[in-house]
Ligand binder design. Structure first.
Ligand code: IPE
Ligand code: IPE
Ligand code: MG
Length: 251
């Protein structure tokens, strides 16, 4: 039985986040250079966007480039940035057809001008789409985001626009780059690494984590549906007991 047919439509996560890892190792397996892996990873991106739309996921966040990735060889960074511009340009029409709204999180002003321009245009062109919000994390790291949030809060306190009494979890969330999005219910990381790598550390507080050995360019729709089915079989307790959850279901 296909995994897609096992998905319960009333328990589809609203927001899925993915750490797309393993492009370099995939390329190496093929005897190719690293950028070949990144290029092939774009097919997997397309697959998860389409699959998300099909099953009703409303937000999909993809970790495409971390703050730490700036320390990679220049050649690889340039290749990734070109690939980003190319993919956004190529996919824009299809994003509009599929009802995909593009958003970004991260220190976008650090990206090359060509990337910033392509992103700006695509964000503007897709802004009224309603089916799926695709959030690309670019030059993103959680510590950067939290530092930024604290700095903005401190500035607002200095300027008397904010009082320290007002600081609560909701307010902190509203200062993060994800302010307009719900927290992810499911995080998938490919390539067999079991770490968060500075991704959404605040937002993942109660997210289900799923680590798979599949390398990102091999991650297809079935892999994604399998991850959703796995998610749906888990019991999310949020600190409560199983019995409490059962009582709620009955009442
Ligand atoms: C993930 O694949 C893509 C980015 C981080 C941009 P990697 O490039 O990290 O691939 P591996 O981990 O070296 O295999
Ligand atoms: C995490 O992958 C970042 C992205 C997928 C964009 P990395 O390959 O950079 O992570 P580490 O360095 O292995 O933790
Ligand atoms: Mg990696």
């Amino acid at each position: 039985m296909s995994y897609k047919s096992q998905i319960l439509s009333d328990k589809v996560p609203q927001h899925v986040a993915i750490i797309m890892d393993g492009n370099g190792r995939w390329a190496k397996q093929q005897g190719e250079v690293r950028i070949f892996g990144h290029t092939n990873g774009v097919d997997s991106v397309r697959s998860v966007i389409t699959a998300s739309g099909e099953i009703g996921v409303k937000y999909l966040t993809l970790y495409a480039f971390s703050t730490e990735n700036w320390s990679r060889p220049k050649e690889e960074i340039d290749g990734l940035m070109n690939l980003l511009v190319q993919s956004i340009t190529d996919e824009l029409e299809e994003m509009n057809e599929k009802g995909v709204r593009l958003q970004t999180i991260g220190n976008i002003k650090n990206l090359p001008d060509s990337c910033q321009k392509a992103l700006k245009e695509a964000i503007e062109s897709t802004k009224d789409n309603k089916k799926l919000t695709l959030i690309l994390a670019l030059s993103y790291s959680s510590r950067w985001e939290i530092t930024n949030a604290i700095s903005k809060m401190a500035k607002n306190i200095e300027d008397n626009k904010l009082s320290s009494d007002e600081i609560n979890e909701q307010l902190i969330s509203s200062y993060l780059s994800t302010a307009n999005f719900p927290d992810p219910e499911l995080l998938i990381r490919t390539s067999g690494e079991s770490r968060i790598s500075n991704f959404l550390m605040w937002q993942l507080a109660y997210t289900e984590l799923l680590f798979t050995d599949t390398l990102w360019p091999d991650f297809d729709k079935e892999c994604y549906y399998k991850a959703i089915v796995d998610f749906q079989r888990r019991e999310r307790r949020f600190g409560k007991t199983t019995e409490q959850l059962d009582d709620n279901e009955i009442n």
